[in-house]
Design a protein around this ligand. Structure first.
Ligand code: BGC
Length: 757
C-alpha cells in the first residue's frame, strides 16, 4: 500500500511540470525497481492488435497479455471508445498499471485526408505541411491515438518503388525541411496539450534505395552517399526533437537495419544525440531469420543489442530475451535501457499523469473531419497539384458548355485519399465528377463515362485495388466501354481524361517495373485525342510516371497525385481557375524506366555531354534516349508566367564566415495572379571528392499579382557549402562555386564566386 501511495505521489509531482527530467528520473527509477524481468520485456512488446480490432477487448488473447503486463502498446486501432476500453485493462487490471501507448499510421491526415506525402511535398510550403500534420495530430488524438508512424522521410530516386508515394521525393534539403515541419506539426512545442502526439520518423535507414525499386530489397551504398544524400532527413527529424524512430526492413551494406548497431546506436544515438526510442517495423525482427542471420532467438538478441527498443508484431523480444539473458547473449542493462526509453516516452506524453489524456469521447465527436479541417485539406490539395503542360492555354476551363469526364478515375471516391489512409472514411471522400459539379455549378453540363478499365489484366487490377479501394471493374468488352466514351466525347466542348494509377498502385509492396500509364488507358487517351476535341489529362499517380508520349501529344496535363478526402473539389478549383496551380515536382520524371535512377543532383562524370547535345560517342549517354528527363526536379507551370532577371551577388570574392547575399527579380509576366517557388542551387565546382552538378540550398514561395515584380533575396553562408568528405567530416572547402537561382533545377540564372577560408 505504501508503495502505491509513493507511486501516486510521484505521479502528482510529475503533473506539476513538463520540463520533467528532474521528476521523470526518480519516478521511473522507482517504477523500474518494482518491475519484474517479464514486465520489462512486456514494455518492449508492440503486438499486432489482432482480435482486439474486431473482438471484445476483454476476451481476447491480447487482453490477457495486457493484464499480465506483457504489452507496451498497440497500434492501428480506430475509435476512442475501443482505445479507452483497452487502456482500462492496462491501468486497472495489470499489476503496475502502466498505461499503453497507442500508435497508428497517420501518414497524411486522419479522417480529413491530405494529399499523399509525395504530392504535399510539391507544395514546397512548410507552413501548410506543418499545419497538415497539426490537423492530423488533433484528429488522431481526439480519437485516442498518441503516436503516429510518420513522417516517412526516405529519399527515393527510383519511381519503380511504390513507397516513393509516402515520402517527399529525391532531395535531401527539401526532404529535411519537410521532416522538420512535420515533426513540429505533430508534436507541437511539447506534449502538454492533449492534441500533441509523438512522431516516429521512418524508415531508418536508406529504405528508399531498395535495389531495382523492388520493395524490401537490399540497399548497398557508400557512406559518403548515405551521409550526404540519404541520412539528412532522418537527422533533421532528430534535430527537430522527434520522439521515436522506426527501423527499416532492408539490409544496409550486409546487415539488416534492425540489427545494425552502427545505425541504431553509433549514428543515431552517439553521433546525432537521439534520446527517444526505436521501434522495429512490422515483424522486422523475425524477418531477419529470412534475411539469413540466425534463428529467432539470435535475431532478437541482435536487434536488442543493436539498440532496438520496441518490437512491432513479432513478439520475439518478449519470448526469447529471458533465455538470451541467461545465456549471456543480451545484458540486463540493455533490457533496462530499452524499457526505460519506452517508459520515458509514456511519461513525456503525460500518460502516467492521466492514462486517459487522449480518451475524451467528446473531442472525437467535435474535432474530426470538421469543416475547417476539410477546408485546409482542400487548399493543401490545390497546392500539391503540378501543371505539367498547358499548351494554347487550354486551362483554365470556362464555367460554361459541355464537359466530358472520362476515365476509370472520373467518378470514384475511394481512390481519392491515396495509399496509407488507414483512418479515412471513404464514403466521405469526393470523386472528381462530384467536385466538378459542385464547383462549376449548373452552367456546365457534365457527361461521364469510364472509357477503359484501369488495366487490361483483371488480376493486375485486383492487386491494385486493395483495402476497399476498388475501381469497380467494368466487365463489358473493352470496345464497348470505349465506344460509350467516344459517343459522349463527341457531344462535348472539352474532354477531361481522368487517368493514371489507382491509389494502391503505389505505396507498400506496390513496385512496378513499367512506370507508364497502363495500356488500356493509353489506348483510350489516343482515341480521345483523335476526336479533335481539346483534352485535359488529369493524372492520378503515386509516383513519377514515364510520360514522354503524353507530353508530346496531350495539350494539357495536370498531375493531381492522390489529393485526399477533398481531392474532387480541389481538382475542380484548379481546372476552373479558382486556384492557379503552383506545385513544383519534388522528383524527376524520366522519359522511360531505363533512365532510372535519374535525379537532378547527379555527378558530372569525366565524360559529361556537351550542352545542347544528346548523343556523342564515348560520352556518358544512351544510344536510344537523351539524358534529359521529361520534367526536371522543381518543375511546374502556372496559368501565368514568370520571368527571372537581374541576378546580383553582394560579392564575388568571399572570405571565412562572411555572408553572401544573392538577389533576383521575379516578374509575373502573365495575366493571372500566381505563386512561384524560387529555387536556389549551388555547385561546388572543385572538391577533394566529386560533387553534384547542383544542389538545392534554399527556396521561397512567393505570390505575385499579374504584372508585379518582387526582388527575392537569399543569404548564403559557409554552412550552406558544407558536405561530408571522404573521411565523413562535415565541412566546406575553399574554392569556386556557382550560384544558381531559377524556376526549376534545369532553368536557372547563374553567377560565380570564389570563397576562401
Ligand atoms: C510499414 C510501416 C508501417 C507499419 C505499421 C509496415 O508494413 O512498413 O511503414 O508503419 O507497417 O502499420
Amino acid at each position: 500500500m505504501k508503495k502505491k501511495i509513493a507511486l501516486f505521489a510521484l505521479c502528482i509531482i510529475s503533473i506539476t511540470s513538463f520540463a520533467h527530467d528532474a521528476t521523470m528520473k526518480p519516478f521511473l527509477d522507482a517504477l523500474m525497481k518494482k518491475m519484474t524481468l517479464e514486465e520489462k520485456l512486456g514494455q518492449l512488446n508492440l503486438p499486432g492488435s489482432g482480435d482486439i480490432v474486431t473482438g471484445q477487448a476483454g476476451n481476447s488473447d491480447i487482453a490477457k497479455k495486457i493484464e499480465q503486463g506483457k504489452v507496451g502498446g498497440l497500434f492501428n486501432i480506430k475509435s476512442v471508445a475501443k482505445i479507452k476500453e483497452v487502456q482500462k485493462l492496462a491501468v486497472e487490471k495489470s499489476r503496475l498499471k502502466i498505461p499503453l501507448i497507442f500508435g497508428m499510421d497517420v501518414i497524411h491526415g486522419y479522417e480529413t485526408v491530405f494529399p499523399i506525402p509525395l504530392g504535399l511535398s510539391c507544395s514546397w510550403d512548410m507552413d501548410l505541411i506543418k499545419r497538415s500534420a497539426r490537423i492530423a495530430a488533433i484528429e488522431a488524438s481526439a480519437d485516442g491515438i498518441n503516436w503516429t508512424f510518420s513522417p516517412m522521410v526516405d529519399i527515393a530516386r527510383d519511381p519503380r518503388w511504390g513507397r516513393i508515394a509516402e515520402g517527399s521525393g529525391e532531395d535531401p534539403y527539401l526532404g529535411s525541411q519537410i521532416a522538420k515541419a512535420m515533426v513540429n506539426g505533430y508534436q507541437g512545442s511539447d506534449y502538454t496539450s492533449n492534441s500533441s502526439i509523438m512522431a516516429c520518423v521512418k524508415h531508418y535507414a536508406m529504405y528508399g534505395a531498395a535495389e531495382a525499386g523492388r520493395d524490401y530489397n537490399t540497399t548497398d551504398m557508400s557512406r559518403m552517399r548515405m551521409y550526404n544524400e540519404y541520412l539528412p532527413p532522418y537527422k533533421a527529424a532528430v534535430d527537430a526533437g522527434v520522439g521515436s524512430v522506426m527501423a527499416s526492413f532492408n539490409d544496409v551494406d550486409g546487415v539488416p537495419a534492425t540489427a545494425s548497431k552502427w545505425l541504431m546506436t553509433e549514428v543515431l544515438r552517439r553521433q546525432w544525440g537521439f534520446k527517444g526510442f526505436v521501434v522495429t517495423d512490422y515483424t522486422g525482427i523475425t524477418e531477419m531469420v529470412e534475411h539469413g542471420i540466425g534463428d529467432t532467438q539470435t535475431v532478437a538478441a541482435r536487434a536488442l543489442m543493436a539498440g532496438i527498443d520496441m518490437d512491432m508484431v513479432s513478439e520475439s523480444l518478449l519470448n526469447t530475451s529471458k533465455r538470451s539473458l541467461k545465456e549471456g547473449k543480451v545484458t540486463l542493462a540493455q533490457i533496462d535501457a530499452a524499457c526505460r526509453r519506452i517508459l520515458e516516452a509514456k511519461y513525456k506524453l503525460g500518460l502516467f499523469d492521466d492514462p486517459y489524456k487522449y480518451c475524451n469521447v467528446n473531442r472525437a465527436k467535435t474535432e474530426i473531419f470538421t469543416k475547417e479541417n476539410r477546408a485546409v485539406a482542400r487548399t493543401a490539395a490545390t497546392q500539391s497539384f503540378v501543371l505539367l503542360k498547358n499548351s494554347k492555354n487550354v486551362l483554365p476551363l470556362k464555367k460554361s458548355g459541355t464537359v466530358a469526364v472520362i476515365g476509370p478515375l472520373a467518378d470514384n471516391k475511394e481512390n481519392m485519399p491515396g495509399t496509407w489512409s488507414v483512418a479515412a472514411d471513404f464514403s466521405k471522400a469526393t470523386s472528381l465528377l462530384t467536385g466538378l459539379k459542385e464547383v462549376a455549378g449548373s452552367q456546365v453540363k457534365f457527361l461521364q463515362a469510364r472509357g477503359a478499365n484501369l488495366d487490361e489484366d483483371s488480376l493486375f487490377e485486383d492487386r491494385a485495388g486493395m483495402f476497399g479501394k476498388s475501381l469497380h471493374r467494368d466487365s463489358r468488352p473493352a470496345a464497348v466501354i470505349l465506344q460509350e466514351a467516344l459517343d459522349i466525347a463527341k457531344q462535348s466542348d472539352v474532354i477531361i481524361a481522368a487517368l493514371g494509377e489507382s491509389a494502391e498502385m503505389s505505396g507498400e509492396s506496390s513496385s512496378r517495373s513499367n512506370i507508364s500509364i497502363p495500356k488500356s488507358q493509353q489506348d483510350l487517351l489516343k482515341a480521345l485525342l483523335q476526336t479533335g476535341k481539346p483534352v485535359v489529362l488529369v493524372l492520378f499517380t503515386g509516383r513519377p510516371l514515364a510520360l514522354k508520349w503524353e507530353n508530346d501529344n496531350v495539350p494539357a496535363i495536370l498531375n493531381v497525385w492522390f489529393g485526399g478526402s477533398e481531392a474532387g473539389y480541389a481538382i475542380a478549383d484548379v481546372l476552373f481557375g479558382d486556384v492557379n496551380p503552383s506545385g513544383k515536382l519534388s522528383t524527376t520524371f524520366p522519359q522511360n524506366v531505363g533512365q532510372v535512377p535519374i535525379y537532378y543532383a547527379h555527378k558530372n562524370t569525366g565524360r559529361a555531354l556537351k550542352p545542347g547535345k544528346w548523343f556523342e560517342k564515348f560520352r556518358s549517354n544512351y544510344l536510344d534516349v537523351s539524358n534529359d528527363p521529361v520534367y526536371p526536379f522543381g518543375y511546374g507551370l502556372s496559368y501565368t508566367s514568370f520571368g527571372y532577371s537581374n541576378l546580383k551577388l553582394s560579392s564575388n570574392a568571399l572570405k571565412g564566415n562572411q555572408t553572401l547575399t544573392a538577389t533576383i527579380n521575379v516578374t509575373n509576366t502573365g495575366k493571372y495572379d500566381g505563386k512561384e517557388v524560387v529555387q536556389l542551387y549551388i555547385r561546388d565546382v572543385v572538391g577533394s571528392v566529386t560533387r553534384p552538378v547542383k544542389e538545392l540550398k534554399g527556396f521561397q514561395k512567393i505570390e505575385l499579382k499579374a504584372g508585379e515584380t518582387k526582388t527575392v533575396s537569399f543569404s548564403i553562408s559557409p554552412n550552406d557549402l558544407k558536405f561530408y568528405n571522404y573521411d565523413l567530416k562535415y565541412d566546406w572547402e575553399a574554392g569556386d562555386f556557382e550560384i544558381m537561382i531559377g524556376t526549376n533545377s534545369n532553368d536557372v540564372k547563374k553567377a560565380s564566386i570564389n570563397w576562401v577560408k
